[in-house]
Design a binder for this molecule. Structure first.
Ligand SMILES: [Zn+2]
Length: 265
């Protein structure tokens, strides 16, 4: 079994905080992992894959832990825990923020709708509420849907972010991993890095050459900064198509992962 986490929040995170509908606090996260650690052998993802390829029956009581997207705050919170418990974990990181100081497109929506820097947004001639938990969740769902439908979620979010920029303290809360963190992960004997594309597009909306570009730029930045080889990849949003499989091979990844794989053609 391979577990995928996204965000983990500090214990003092107030009750009622909304974050894509779910807030997992550090104390609860620790309890989950320590519970699992008693019942499963937690392996490095790369060892898990090797064992699986050798004989899928061997992984029944084995587990690997992964995080998608690469949030600075999450690495700060969980890395010391994994180090002190000697439990392996892999961080699949996007790298757009190394090129320009902004958030990944869906992270921007998440921050916009969770942090309530605005009471409402006007969009395509309609107003959408952000002033309470339920309407904010509806607005978030609408934005994710419209972004996917637009065929260019990154451009879609960029346009909205121009109109509704987020305050620096909100940006900081959701920003991507730092160079220092990548180096720290690469040097660790329990933590490891994986690729997750540069801009976090839906791969099935891109032609093959653009998919390769997204994967290659990301892999190169991660490898240059961390001075380590990155051989594992996680599909963004679990979405991929036939070209994505070719792209993964062409940039030199050894294995690629998706939760509920959504292969579109
Ligand atoms: Zn992701």
């Amino acid at each position: 079994m391979i577990l995928l986490y996204h965000l983990v929040f500090p214990d003092m995170t107030p009750k009622g905080t909304w974050n894509a509908g779910l807030v997992l606090r550090m104390a609860q996260f620790k309890r989950q992992i320590l519970w699992l650690n008693k019942r499963y052998q937690i392996l490095k993802l790369i060892d898990y894959v090797a064992l699986y390829r050798n004989d899928p029956d061997l992984i029944e009581d084995k587990l690997a832990i992964t995080f998608d997207d690469g949030y600075r705050s999450v690495v700060d919170l969980v890395a010391p825990f994994f180090e002190s418990e000697r439990i392996p974990a892999t961080f699949f990181c996007s790298t757009r923020h190394f090129e320009r100081q902004d958030l990944l497109w869906f992270v921007y929506f998440n921050a916009l709708c969770s942090e309530r820097s605005y009471n409402k947004i006007s969009f395509q001639g309609s107003d959408y509420r952000l002033d309470a938990r339920k309407p904010a969740l509806e607005t978030w769902r609408m934005l994710i849907r419209k972004a996917r439908e637009s065929g260019d979620p990154i451009g879609f979010a960029d346009d909205l972010a121009q109109k509704y920029p987020l305050p620096p303290q909100v940006m900081r809360k959701y920003e991507g991993v730092t160079e220092e963190q990548l180096v720290m992960i690469a040097k660790s004997d329990v933590l490891s890095l994986g690729g997750h594309t540069h801009n976090h597009p839906y791969l099935d909306q891109l032609p093959l050459d653009a998919q390769i570009q997204e994967m290659a730029v990301n892999k190169q930045i991660l490898e240059n900064v961390s001075q380590t080889q990155v051989s594992l990849f996680a599909y963004t949003g679990g979405v991929y198509n036939h070209d994505s499989l070719a792209a993964v091979r062409s940039v030199g990844y050894d294995a690629a992962f998706a939760v509920n794989p959504k292969k579109t053609k």
